[in-house]
Unconditional design. Structure first.
Length: 193
């Protein structure tokens, strides 16, 4: 049986490039794109809004950005993940992200992960009024940059949904030899449902 290819929605790449353009000048942007193959660059610059691209392309782009941004901001990927969630909130608004509480956001029945990546999903293993444990299933990150993007994204999503003093910890990571990636999410404030 052939494994399903891992794919990324082009909006993940667009939010990445928007973040890059906020952080570097045109010369820096060009230096990042020059690290990609001509075919990869063409996809990044020309993909249509509804298109999916191979996840491997996102990894190549993130790694190129990392060589440029990491020396001046060790947490650039977390910041970019938060930026991507803010952009998503601007685009899709109340439908998915603006929930009455972080717990309502976490336990919603809409598979948000699948809007941007496939195959796989984020599943809630445990939750309480001010905490949750989330596991990534059916998707292999291949690089901790993905996990760091999600750490920043979870932080921003919980803040948008009313959480204060949000703390996200990436407890287990396949990139470090664990069987799965898993995060604990903690926050203060907001109703519990």
């Amino acid at each position: 049986m052939t494994a399903r290819p891992m794919m990324t929605h082009v909006s993940a790449l667009r939010s990445t490039m928007e973040y890059v353009e906020r952080e570097v000048d045109a010369t820096g942007r060009e230096a990042i794109l020059a690290m990609l193959t001509p075919a990869e660059r063409k996809i990044i610059e020309g993909a249509t809004a509804q298109e999916e691209v191979p996840y491997e392309l996102a990894l190549h782009l993130w790694r190129a950005i990392d060589t440029t941004l990491r020396p001046r901001d060790a947490q650039w990927m977390e910041h970019m993940g938060a930026y991507a969630i803010r952009r998503a909130a601007d685009r899709i608004g109340d439908v998915f992200l603006h929930r009455p509480s972080p717990l309502a956001f976490i336990t919603q029945q809409v598979p948000l992960f699948r809007l941007y990546y496939r195959p796989g999903d984020m599943v809630v293993l445990d939750h309480g009024p001010n905490h949750a444990i989330i596991r990534l299933v059916g998707f292999e990150p291949e690089d901790s940059l993905f996990c760091r993007r999600f750490t920043g994204g979870w932080t921003e999503a919980l803040q948008i949904s009313g959480g204060r003093d949000v703390v996200i910890r990436h407890l287990r990571c396949t990139c470090e030899g664990d069987l799965f990636c898993e995060w604990t999410l903690r926050w203060a404030g907001g109703p519990s449902a």
